[in-house]
Write a protein that binds this ligand. Structure first.
Ligand SMILES: [Zn+2]
Ligand SMILES: [Zn+2]
Length: 182
């Protein structure tokens, strides 16, 4: 069974203590059922947001901690250096965490550039979410919490997507689906 979101937050705290001297910045950690070909993603907001694919980790539970650590290294690099890449600083810290490949369970798949959408606008009340290529020009509120008009009680929080981690290829997904059926 997957750890609950509260368990994930606890795991985050443990990993933070063990590998980062407690210096990884606070992150909100959530599952996102809507991820289909992405294992996780980190988005910039206040706080940072790490999202994990429950679909993916139900299938590969052992990969969860490593994916969380990978995203935590991003959060740490971001807090320290405003660095969001997979460069030397990132790799050094990742190695300190005992991870030697930035691609790990994905074979030789490269970090994905699958989405050109850079922002998530999300309602913290009902979890309505929309992906955007650019920042909206006007203030927007949640269209689900109030259908008829702008409502400042339900603002949309903006997160900037820093990274999507691919969860294999469409071929893998197809084979997994076939195996499931067999
Ligand atoms: Zn990464
Ligand atoms: Zn809403």
């Amino acid at each position: 069974m997957l750890p609950s979101e509260a368990d994930l937050q606890l795991l985050f705290a443990q990993l933070n203590y063990r590998f980062f001297d407690g210096e990884a910045p606070d992150c909100r950690i959530r599952y996102n059922e809507r991820f289909s070909n992405s294992a996780g993603r980190i988005s910039y907001g206040s706080p940072l947001l790490i999202e994990l694919s429950p679909k993916h980790f139900r299938q590969y539970p052992d990969a969860l901690q490593e994916t969380l650590l990978h995203e935590m290294v991003h959060a740490w690099c971001y807090a320290r250096y405003r660095d969001t890449g997979h460069g030397a600083r990132f790799k050094r810290k990742l190695r300190e965490c005992g991870i030697h490949s930035i691609y790990h369970e994905l074979g030789n798949a490269r970090p994905s550039r699958e989405s050109s959408k850079r922002y998530i606008l999300r309602c913290e009340r009902c979890a309505f979410e929309v992906l955007r290529r650019t920042l909206p020009r006007n203030a927007a509120s949640c269209p689900r919490c109030n259908k008829s008009r702008f409502d400042s009680r339900y603002p949309l929080t903006i997160y900037e997507i820093l990274e999507m981690r691919p969860a294999g290829t469409t071929l893998d997904a197809l084979q997994a689906a076939r195996k499931g059926r067999a």
